[in-house]
Design a protein around this ligand. Structure first.
Ligand SMILES: [Zn+2]
Length: 293
């Protein structure tokens, strides 16, 4: 039995057990971050393989007879809970998977993590190496995503600018499933990347503040990015609470705070973390010394 990371396993179980949800795979912010460089796109795909193998390991230990007989059903149920409907197919004699879901309109093939998950999971289920590559994507104008076991590594997305990033990330009205969002961010929040990602999010916050003149409010933007639940009490001086579910890690909270800091014009917000009386959710009290300009 392969090693299973407890945090990732908890997130996978949350999604498995949560039932069908209208909160889709969305997660435009994480997707757009992975699209920033070719190296990040590769990381996204390889991490997907790892998570696909983890999910298979969880399923193979479950008590469900239906899943034991047909593990591919469990993969359909997992993505079905994220409103992403998998259909097993063939294309030019090669194994393929179609997936139907709601698109944000990111404008690029966005599902390299999912291609990795299919590769990792289905390879174990079918007991042969299958590397799926996303050929068509709902985020790039197709009616469905098409993953083909071509054996090729994913095409790297063209690098996008920070302004394009934030436009794409907040474009849709779909916030996506929060647990899935945590799962996607996980490798980017490792010690190796977390500082860089926080700096990046600070710049994204600045970009978002410029776009906010077009009508989006900070509370909405934070919700669309899956960066917790922000409630602004006062604008001048800035005072707000930012609440996270119990699965949010400190590095994730720091990333969200860096974004808000950038949005507010680097006025240096002070964040004090407290736990709600139920002991489950984290709540940050945010105070700005000078308020928004
Ligand atoms: Zn896609």
């Amino acid at each position: 039995m392969q090693h299973v990371d407890a945090y990732e396993e908890a997130l996978l179980l949350q999604i498995m057990n949560s039932g069908r949800s209208a909160m889709g795979i969305g997660s435009g912010a994480a997707k757009a971050t992975y699209a920033l460089t070719h190296g990040l796109t590769e990381l996204e795909f390889k991490y997907g393989i790892y998570i696909g193998r983890e999910l298979y390991s969880i399923i193979s230990r479950s008590n469900s007879l239906a899943y034991k007989v047909n593990p591919l059903l469990a993969l359909q149920d997992f993505f079905g809970n994220l409103d992403y409907q998998l259909v097993y197919a063939e294309e030019n004699g090669k194994p393929a998977v179609k997936a139907y879901g709601k698109a944000i309109g990111l404008g690029f093939k966005a599902h390299n993590f999912e291609a990795g998950m299919l590769s990792g999971y289905i390879s174990l289920a079918e007991k042969k190496m299958l590397i799926f590559n996303e050929d068509r994507c709902i985020e790039n104008g197709s009616d469905y995503c098409m993953f083909i076991a071509s054996g090729h590594l994913p095409d790297s997305n063209a690098a996008i600018s920070t302004q394009q990033f934030i436009e794409k990330a907040i474009k849709g009205k779909i916030a996506g499933n929060a647990y899935y969002s945590h799962l996607l961010w996980q490798p980017l929040l490792s010690l190796q990347y977390s500082n860089g990602i926080s700096k990046l999010m600070g710049n994204m916050g600045i970009e978002a503040a410029i776009l906010e003149k077009k009508g989006k409010r900070l509370e909405d933007i934070i919700r669309l990015l899956n960066f917790g639940s922000l409630k602004i009490k006062s604008v001048r001086p800035f005072s707000a609470t930012l609440e996270f579910d119990s699965c949010a890690k400190e590095a994730f909270a720091n990333m969200a705070l860096a974004f808000i800091d950038g949005f507010l014009g680097k006025k240096r917000i002070y964040a004090i973390a407290t736990k709600k009386s139920n002991g489950i959710n984290y709540v940050f009290s945010l105070k700005g010394m000078k308020g928004r300009k």
